[in-house]
Design a protein around this ligand. Sequence first.
Ligand code: GLU
Length: 232
Amino acid sequence: MYRGRFAPSPTGDLHLGSAAAALLAWLSARAAGGRLVLRVEDIDGPRVIAGAEASQLDDLRWLGLDWDEGPEVGGPYAPYRQSERYALYDEALARLAARDLVYYCDCSRAEIAAVSSAPHPGDDGPRYPGTCRPLGLRPRPWKRPPARRLAVSPRVVIVDDALQGPLVQDVAATVGDFVLQRGDGAYAYQLACVVDDLAMGITEVVRGADLLSSAPRQVLLAELLGGVPPRF
Ligand code: GLU
């Protein structure tokens, strides 16, 4: 059973690129006779704007789009707002930590501030060199509330994107150990997105090509969590 999703962030008005992504996700789900999930990605508290969720959903309906599961229609995988799904992210992080794949990092980096929003081109920042990795999860005098990072092993991930073609990436060499949770407790987009795509049984992700560079991280995380990543 095809299950697609559209996952807007309520950080402002629906923009044209999001409308195009939503239309294509809708077309793909409807053409396959599958289901379309609408998931609101509202975990980056400071960036969320009151009223933006309602206005984005109104705009999507005005365009003639509909969805089978979502915040106001409900569905078997509710809730459909990430801000109401923290327990699932806690559980995923604990599973990774139990396998020694998580460590505290109190380095100061612009990317730590930005990780709860999906990275669009240029947002990924430089590769994290792994400074805090040897210290693991041992408490120490923090320079600032520590983030939690994933310890990424060198391995080539291949994402065979149906439109963009194959993307071959060694995540350890390209982005390094990426952030799963910020020091203020907010979960990173990468973790929340993967946990939800797995939990909601998503089989195909249709979204802007500006998120292509996130796909290898998401495939890696899905596999570490014991799931089958969606097609992209
Ligand atoms: N919420 C993300 C954005 O609006 C999209 C994430 C995704 O589709 O994976 O940029």
